[in-house]
Design a protein around this ligand. Structure first.
Ligand code: MSP
Length: 662
C-alpha cells in the first residue's frame, strides 16, 4: 500500500485561528485518521507561514517584532489543534532552520536549470494576497478583488522564475492526470488560466526584510509563496532524506479554493524545474460564510472554534463541519444548524441508539455481550442488518478514499438508522416475555451491539473521543480504531459499561445561553434565556390564571380544525424505568416508528415498568417538550382516569408504531 501524505496549507500568523482554518485542518485530520484505521502509513503535516510583508506590517501595527508576533500566534494554533484533537505528525514553521535549508536548496536547483534570472518588476501589488495584479484583474479604483483594499504600485529589482517555460509540461500533466486538481470546476478554472498564457513569476523582493534571503544575493528576500509552498517538502526533512523518499510526492494537498493558483500553477512548475515529482492531488474545498455573511472581524461574526468545541464538545463541532457541506462546496455555518444536528443526528439517532441498546443488553443479557447467531443470514431481519452494515462500510470507505467525508457520514447514518429500525422490527422487548425466545433475544442483542461496534469504528476518524467512548461502553476497553471487516468483533461474555449519554440534548435554556455567548444575540427561533426561577414562577402564574379563567371542559366545544392540530400517534413502549425519588413517575422510551421519544408519565402507581414494555398506546406527539424532575419529556401518552390513572389507552389490534390516530 502506498503511504498517504496529506498536508494543510500553512497558516499566516497575522491572525488567530478561526473556523476557516479549523475546517481545513479537521478535514485533513479525518482523512489521515481514516487512512491510519486502514493500516496505511500516514504522514500528516500542518504548520505556519510566518514571513512576508503582510506579517511584517501586522507586527509593526501591534508594536512587535515579526518573530514575536509569530511566536504568539503559533502558540494559539498549536493550542487550537490540541483542543480539536488534530493528530498531525509534524508542525512546520517557515522560520525554522530546517525549512530555510530546503528553500535554499530548491532555489539552487531551479537556478542550476537556468530557470532564475534577475530583472525588474513594476506592477500593482496586494499585500493581503502577497501577489501582483494586472490592471484588468482589479476592481474599480485599483482595489484588490479579494481584499477590497487599494493595491500598491511597486517597482523593484526582482529575480524571476521562468514559469512560462513550463506551460506545456504542466498542461500535459493535467491531461495525463485527470484528478490532479479537484473538484472539476476548480480544475477547469485553472486550466483556462494556464491556457491564457503563463508569464514568468517574480520570486524575490527588496522592499522589506522579513523573509529568507536569496542565496548569493542578500539584498533580496525570497517571495513568500515560494518560501511557503516549500514547507510541503521541508517538513519531510532534507530533499534527500529517508522521510522524503518515503512520503514524497504528497498524496493530497488540501487547500481552500482561494489559494488554488499558487498550488496548481506556481508549485508544480517550480517542482518541474527542480526535477521533483508533482503531488498526486490538489484538493480545493469551499469557503464558509457565517449565517449567510462573509466571516470578518469588522462584522464581528468570526467563529472561534475553541469556544464552540469547549461548549458543545469538539467531536460535535468536527461532525458538524464535516457533515454540513460536501467538501468542494461553500458552506454556511449557522449556530442553529449546529445545535439542530447535535440534538437530532447525534443525540436522537446515535446517542439514543447506544443508550437503548445498552439498556436492553443490561436487562435481557445481564449487561454482557451474548453470542451472535451461528448463521448471520438465517433470519430475514438479521440478514438485512448485516447487508446494510457491509454496504455502509463499503460505501463509506469509497467516500473516505475520495476525500468526501460528508458523503461517508451520510452512509454511516444509514446504518445508525437501520440499526434503530432493526431493534424496532425485531422487538426484543416483546419476545423476552416468552421464555422460549430467550436465545433469539440474545442473538438480536448481539447483532445490534455488533452494528454499534461497526459504527464506532466508522465514525472514529470524525469523532475520535466519542468513538472511543462507544468502544468503552461496548466492553472493548482501550482498543484502537480499525476499519470493520467482519461480523464477529465483540468478545462473548465481556461486560458492557453503562456510561454517560454520548450527546446530551441541548435544551432551549442552554441553547439560548450558548447563543448569547457565541453571537451576542438570542436564537432566531425565540428560545429565550430566562432565569429558571423566573420561568417557573411565570408558568405557575399562567396555570393559576388558566384554572381561574378556563370554563369546564364539557362547556366548550372545539372545532374540527382545532382537533386536527393534535398529532396523535400509535406508540410502542420500548423501555420503562422508575424515576428516582418520584413514586408516581416512570421514564419511558416510546417508539414512533421513525423515531424514539422520551416521556415522563405519571403512571407508576398503576403500572410497573416491566408490564409496560411492548404495549401500544396513543401518544400526543406534538405536545411542547417539558422538563419533569430534570428529565426531558417529549410528548404524552393517553390514559383513562383523572389524577389517578386507571388504565392506559389501548388499541384492539397491533398496528405499526407511528401510525396516525384520528
Ligand atoms: N499562508 C497561506 C497558505 C500557504 S500554503 C503553502 C494562507 N494562509 S491563510 O491563513 O490565509 O489561509 C489558510 C487556509 O484557510 C486557506 O486554505 C483558506 O482557504 C482557509 N480559509 C480561510 N478562511 C476561510 C473560510 N472562511 N472558509 C473556509 N476556509 C477558509 O492562505
Amino acid at each position: 500500500m502506498n503511504p498517504f501524505y496529506i498536508t494543510t496549507p500553512i497558516y499566516y500568523v497575522n491572525d488567530v485561528p478561526h473556523l476557516g482554518h479549523a475546517y481545513t485542518t479537521i478535514v485533513a485530520d479525518a482523512l489521515a485518521r481514516y487512512q491510519r484505521s486502514r493500516g496505511r502509513k500516514v504522514f500528516f503535516a500542518t504548520g505556519t507561514d510566518e514571513h512576508g510583508q503582510k506579517i511584517e506590517e501586522a507586527a509593526a501595527e501591534q508594536g512587535m517584532k515579526p518573530a514575536q508576533l509569530a511566536d504568539q500566534v503559533v502558540a494559539r494554533f498549536r493550542e487550537t489543534w490540541t483542543n480539536l484533537n488534530i493528530s498531525h505528525d509534524d508542525f512546520i514553521r517557515t522560520t525554522e532552520a530546517r525549512h530555510k535549508l530546503v528553500v535554499e536548496k530548491l532555489w539552487r536547483r531551479m537556478a542550476d536549470k537556468d530557470d532564475i534570472y534577475l530583472g525588474e518588476y513594476e506592477g500593482l501589488y496586494c499585500v493581503g494576497c502577497e501577489e501582483y495584479y494586472t490592471e484588468g484583474q482589479l476592481d474599480a479604483d485599483e482595489k484588490c478583488p479579494v481584499h477590497g483594499t487599494k493595491v500598491q504600485h511597486l517597482k523593484q529589482p526582482s529575480y524571476f522564475f521562468r514559469m512560462s517555460k513550463y506551460q506545456d509540461a504542466l498542461l500535459e500533466h493535467f491531461e495525463k492526470n485527470p484528478d490532479f486538481v479537484q473538484p472539476e470546476i476548480r480544475k477547469n478554472e485553472i486550466l483556462s488560466f494556464i491556457k491564457g498564457g503563463l508569464r514568468d513569476l517574480s520570486i524575490s523582493r527588496t522592499t522589506f526584510d522579513w523573509g529568507i534571503r536569496t542565496p548569493d544575493d542578500p539584498k533580496h528576500v525570497i517571495y513568500v509563496w515560494l518560501d511557503a509552498l516549500t514547507n510541503y517538502l521541508s517538513v519531510l526533512g532534507d530533499l534527500d532524506s529517508e522521510n522524503n523518499e518515503a512520503f514524497w510526492p504528497a498524496t493530497v494537498h488540501l487547500i481552500g479554493k482561494d489559494i488554488l493558483r499558487f498550488h496548481a500553477v506556481y508549485w508544480p512548475t517550480m517542482l518541474l524545474s527542480a526535477g521533483l515529482p508533482l503531488p498526486k492531488q490538489i484538493l480545493a474545498h469551499g469557503w464558509w460564510t457565517i449565517n449567510g455573511q462573509k466571516m470578518s472581524k469588522s462584522l464581528g461574526n468570526v467563529v472561534e472554534p475553541n469556544t464552540i468545541a469547549k461548549d458543545v464538545g469538539r467531536d460535535a463541532l468536527r461532525y458538524f463541519v464535516l457533515r454540513e457541506t460536501p467538501l468542494g462546496s461553500d458552506g454556511d455555518f449557522s449556530h442553529e444548524g449546529l445545535i439542530q444536528r447535535i440534538n437530532s443526528e447525534l443525540g436522537n439517532d446515535l446517542g439514543n441508539l447506544l443508550n437503548r441498546s445498552l439498556a436492553m443488553a443490561g436487562r435481557y443479557c445481564d449487561g454482557q455481550v451474548p453470542a451472535l447467531p451461528e448463521s448471520p443470514t438465517a433470519v430475514a431481519e438479521d440478514k438485512t442488518l448485516v447487508e446494510l452494515a457491509t454496504a455502509s462500510a463499503e460505501q463509506a470507505a469509497k467516500h473516505f478514499e475520495a476525500c468526501a467525508p460528508s458523503r461517508a457520514l451520510e452512509v454511516i447514518w444509514e446504518l445508525v438508522r437501520g440499526t434503530n429500525k432493526y431493534i424496532d422490527s425485531c422487538a426484543p422487548y416483546k419476545l423476552i416475555k416468552d421464555p422460549e425466545q430467550k436465545a433469539r433475544v440474545g442473538h438480536i442483542v448481539a447483532n445490534f451491539l455488533e452494528a454499534l461496534r461497526w459504527i464506532a469504528m466508522m465514525v472514529d476518524s470524525i469523532m475520535p473521543d466519542k468513538a472511543a467512548e462507544m468502544r468503552h461502553q461496548l466492553g472493548m476497553g482501550e482498543t484502537q480504531a480499525s476499519w470493520p471487516e467482519s461480523w464477529c468483533g465483540l468478545t462473548v461474555g465481556s461486560q458492557l459499561v453503562k456510561g454517560e449519554r454520548l450527546f446530551p440534548r441541548i435544551e432551549d435554556d442552554d441553547k439560548a445561553k450558548l447563543f448569547e455567548k457565541w453571537t451576542g444575540k438570542p436564537p432566531a427561533d425565540g428560545a429565550a434565556a430566562k432565569p429558571e426561577s423566573k420561568k417557573k414562577e411565570q408558568a405557575k402564574q399562567q396555570q393559576k390564571k388558566q384554572k381561574k379563567e378556563a370554563p369546564a371542559k364539557e362547556d366548550v366545544t372545539i372545532s374540527f380544525d382545532e382537533f386536527c392540530r393534535l398529532d396523535l400517534r400509535v406508540a410502542r413502549i420500548a423501555e420503562a424505568q422508575r424515576v428516582e425519588g418520584a413514586d408516581r413517575l416512570l421514564q419511558l422510551q416510546v417508539d414512533l416508528g421513525k423515531e424514539t421519544r422520551q416521556v415522563v408519565a405519571g403512571i407508576a402507581e398503576a403500572y410497573s415498568p416491566e408490564e409496560l414494555v411492548g404495549k401500544q398506546v396513543i401518544f400526543v406527539a406534538n405536545l411542547k417538550p417539558a422538563k419533569i424532575r430534570g428529565i426531558r419529556s417529549e410528548g404524552m401518552i393517553l390514559a383513562a382516569g383523572g389524577k389517578k390513572v386507571l388504565a392506559l389507552s389501548a388499541l384492539d389490534r397491533e398496528v405499526p408504531a407511528g401510525t396516525e390516530v384520528r
